[in-house]
Write a protein that binds this ligand. Structure first.
Ligand code: LLP
Length: 463
């Protein structure tokens, strides 16, 4: 809404100029457990702590901006997902959400598998010690080198995304003397209710092979004829940050239908289906994500029911949550810099990071929460927009939020639920140095991805 729409100038905190957010929480000091990682609290002095460590201490030791990753929470979420799906299903963590060697170690120890979608992610998975047979390799345009590496290290599955790739993977595997297990990724024609850029199962986009016009059945025909590959299943991923299970149900039903058609045509029952990732998390107190147990229950039930109806043996099911595991486990800590109250609009609070450490707000219009964490404040709520330090007016971290009116330069504020797609999508725009990721657990903090330095930047610039 423009300034002229409110010539008299609305007073902050009593209008919501963008119309999509609500009144301030009754007490801005409360850290809602829905959006903060499990071990985050506010201590008696009013300072937020994670794993028992004060954020003020963390800022002193590691600087700002920085991502703090709650290891206990991460491990608990891994366990919740694998317990929910049980021994007859597999959980593949989607590494694109955030990947580092430490994370790979935690996943390996917690018994999860790993979905990678590039040579770089594969290299990190291997360097972190993930057994290759627990790795799934994705991507709509895998290079020859990537396929060769994936096949030669023996990844558990390659998910094929096009007709060309079926042939390429088969030829490469044959040349390397391997028979590579593969799945075919199909697009089931579901319109997921999420941002257009992260919806992937409608037909007009780059991923997968369409079910609707018989393309997927044709891809299966070709895959079954080739010696270098062993078709073990069908894959579907409908999008990301989804709360409604209806899309998954339709997708599961259509994939099972394809399995029945494959059985009828070829006399083969494929042993696996993968229903992808995409389960939403709470970025603000208004989001209500489902628990892994409920997600697993509804997916397992629908697949079993559809298989029974088609007289198919229920295949082994896998899922690929990324955001739902790592998203809620981290927050970004920033130091407040300049503060600009714009009369009648809102107060712009600048922090020492921005779109280079969190592009999601600019890219998807994503909502985030924010809180003053270095002290308690009982000042009035102030309608705020948290912005970064980049040369771009769209450099917004939190579009609409309330912060206490006595906020001052030097205060620390934190944005929760930044574990997924923030560090992994971070950039060097304006030659920003990408922040470190610090793992915290039981009173101890350890850098797992260090802060970039100017030397790192200049090392790439060969003059
Ligand atoms: N499996 C496949 C094949 C995928 O393409 C993805 C995400 C996942 C699993 C994991 O989805 P998740 O559970 O994390 O939603 N950058 C966007 C998200 C892009 C997701 C791409 N694929 C964002 O920041 O929201």
């Amino acid at each position: 809404m423009s300034r002229s729409a409110h010539p008299a100038g609305p007073r902050h905190a009593d209008v919501f100029p963008d119309g999509h957010y609500s009144a301030p929480a009754a007490d801005l000091n409360v850290l809602d457990e829905k959006v903060w990682s499990r071990t985050v609290r506010r201590n008696d002095d009013g300072v937020a702590t994670v794993a028992g460590i004060e954020v003020t201490r963390l800022a002193e030791e590691f600087g700002t901006p920085a991502y703090f990753l709650d290891e206990a929470d991460f491990r608990a979420r891994c366990r919740a997902w694998s317990d929910a799906f049980g021994p007859n299903a597999d959980v593949f963590y989607a590494g694109k959400a955030f990947l580092s060697r430490a994370v790979v170690r935690w996943l390996t120890e917690e018994g999860l598998n790993l979905d990678v979608c590039s040579g770089g992610e594969l290299a990190t998975a291997l360097a972190g010690g993930m057994p290759p047979e627990r790795i799934a390799f994705h991507g709509n345009n895998k290079s020859t080198e990537e396929i060769e590496r994936a096949v030669s290290v023996g990844v558990g599955r390659i998910v094929l995304d096009s007709f060309q790739e079926i042939v390429r993977v088969a030829h490469i595997a044959q040349r390397l003397g391997r028979r590579q297990p593969v799945q075919i990724r199909v697009t089931v024609g579901v319109e997921a209710h999420t941002h257009e850029f992260i919806a992937t199962a409608h037909e007009d986009q780059k991923f997968g092979i369409a079910l609707a016009d018989g393309q997927a059945a044709e891809a299966v025909r070709r895959a079954l004829e080739l010696d270098g590959i062993e078709l073990i299943g069908i894959h579907s991923h409908i999008g990301s940050q989804i709360f409604d299970m209806a899309g998954f149900e339709v997708s599961a039903r259509r994939v099972v239908q394809l399995l029945a058609e494959i059985r009828d045509e070829h006399g083969v029952e494929l042993p696996e289906i993968d229903l992808g990732g995409g389960l939403g998390i709470a970025y603000t107190s208004e989001d209500d994500p489902k628990e892994p147990y409920d997600i697993a229950k509804s997916l397992l039930e629908i697949v079993t029911r559809e298989c029974d109806a088609a007289r198919l043996t229920t295949p082994r099911i896998s899922v690929e949550p990324g955001r739902a595991i790592v998203g809620p486990t981290a927050f970004t800590l920033y130091e407040v810099g300049t503060i600009k109250p714009l009369e009648g609009l809102r107060t712009y609070v600048s922090v020492d990071g921005g779109m280079s450490d969190n592009i999601r707000t600019a890219l998807y219009n994503a909502d985030y929460s924010v809180a003053l964490v270095s002290r308690r404040s009982d000042a009035e709520p102030m309608l705020s927009r948290v912005v970064g330090k980049h040369c771009e007016s769209g450099d917004i971290v939190v579009r609409d939020a309330y912060l206490p009116a006595d906020l001052a330069p030097g205060d620390l504020i934190a944005v929760p639920a930044t574990g997924a797609y923030c560090r992994s999508m971070a950039s060097n725009y304006n030659h920003a140095l990408r922040p470190p990721v610090v793992a915290v657990r039981d009173g101890e903090a350890r850098v797992v991805v260090r802060r970039e330095t100017e030397e790192d930047l200049l090392r790439l610039d060969i003059g």
